[in-house]
Design a protein around this ligand. Structure first.
Ligand code: FES
Length: 78
């Protein structure tokens, strides 16, 4: 049965890997991880926290390079 947000973690839950979604940014996963990209590449990350790009602007996609922070210029004439 899936846990609801109001439930306290059990001992079993303490061993689960945490995945966090951020507003307008990456999905954060506690590492290390082995990621299979959509094109089949296997990417091993040893970081304690791995950021997966959700905006598709990253130069190192599928990993986040913080490109999501850059705002697009707004043309005042349009
Ligand atoms: S979410 Fe960070 S670059 Fe895409």
């Amino acid at each position: 049965m899936p846990a609801t947000p109001d439930e306290s973690p059990t001992t079993e839950d303490a061993t689960r890997r945490r995945v966090s979604m951020t507003a307008g940014g990456p999905i954060l996963i506690e590492g290390p991880i082995r990621l299979t990209a959509a094109d089949g590449r296997e990417i091993c990350c040893d970081r304690f926290l791995v950021a997966i790009c959700t905006c598709h602007r990253s130069g190192i996609y599928p990993l986040c390079d913080t490109s999501h922070r850059r705002r697009r210029r707004v043309d005042p004439d349009s």
